[in-house]
Design a protein around this ligand. Structure first.
Ligand code: SAM
Length: 276
């Protein structure tokens, strides 16, 4: 670290920015300690001090092996979603599908589906991805991330869940992954105010049958079997109070096996429902 960078790091932490975040900002906006870039760094620091998430200020964020473009059009990909990708890779390995068809419902930045395509390619598996979102803004970001990482076997579908997905895919999807909005409106008010910068439609869902924030999960789980291949698997991220509800919904939908797994923080987080 140059003297200029060290001095800038000190100034940012003294202004109230956490040291690890200040480090990200200095590395991004003052590369090599170029003193002329200090104006840009100050503007970025001001945005952070006004409460904007670090990831949007940087404009990109790591997710598994990818560096994804992120801005206020998409949810910032979370570490627990990286864990879902790990579970999905294990499921595909277990099912031994040679050229899997994957559907990512509510793709946002493309995090889950693109990470899967990329990591499967690293293992010599050629997968195809259908990335679905009802937000055209999110689809634009996902498309840009696919281009950035040269992931070409993707089609982007503007759809509310399954509504506009090509019917020819029914019964053919090997892996259906989803991280739908699952925060209830009341719960949102109690969460970190930094969430106010993320798209509301990516976070909040209506209540369903007395379960807060469950309406979108209910639709995704309830409709999944129609699209899955006979050996297909559904993986859904969900809120930590929704374990019973996702398992109930999977059983009601007719899945033969349904299990739910904790995230690394020990909180209920990932439903895995199998057709066979
Ligand atoms: C929690 S974010 C997940 C984004 C990304 N998959 C990730 O894990 O970082 C939920 C995504 O679902 C999308 N979404 C919300 N309602 C939807 C609907 N009815 N149909 C399709 N996508 C929807 C949002 O636009 C948002 O991109």
């Amino acid at each position: 670290m140059t003297d200029v960078s060290a001095e800038a790091l000190h100034e940012l932490t003294a202004a109230g920015i956490a040291r690890h975040e200040a480090r990200w900002l200095v590395d991004e906006f003052l590369p090599g300690g170029d003193p002329d870039a200090k104006v840009l760094l100050q503007a970025a620091a001001d945005r952070r001090l006004r409460g904007e998430p670090l990831q949007y200020i940087l404009g990109h964020w790591p997710f598994r092996t990818l560096d994804l473009e992120v801005d206020e059009r998409v949810l910032i990909p979370r570490p627990e979603t990286e864990e879902l990708v790990g579970f999905a890779l294990s499921e595909l390995a277990r099912a031994r599908v040679t050229a899997p068809l994957i559907m990512d419902l509510g793709c946002g930045s493309g995090a889950i589906g693109l990470a899967l395509l990329s990591e499967l390619a690293d293992r010599g598996v050629v997968a195809t991805l259908v990335a679905v979102d009802e937000s055209l803004d999110a689809l634009a970001v996902a498309r840009s991330n696919a281009l950035k990482h040269r992931l070409r076997a993707v089609s982007f579908v503007h759809s509310s869940w399954y509504d506009n997905v090509d019917v020819s895919l029914r019964g053919r999807v090997d892996l259906l992954v989803a991280n739908p909005p699952y925060v209830g409106r009341n719960a949102l008010a109690q969460l970190d105010p930094v969430l106010a910068h993320e798209p509301l439609g990516a976070l909040v869902s209506s209540d369903h049958e007395g379960v807060e924030g469950f309406a979108d999960l209910a639709q995704v789980i309830g409709g999944a079997r129609e699209w899955l291949a006979p050996t297909g698997v559904l993986l859904c991220e969900h809120g930590d109070t929704q374990r019973e509800a996702v398992l109930r919904a999977a059983t009601r939908a007719g899945f033969v096996h349904a299990d739910d797994y904790d995230d690394m923080a020990g909180k209920p987080r990932v439903l895995i429902a199998r057709q066979s």
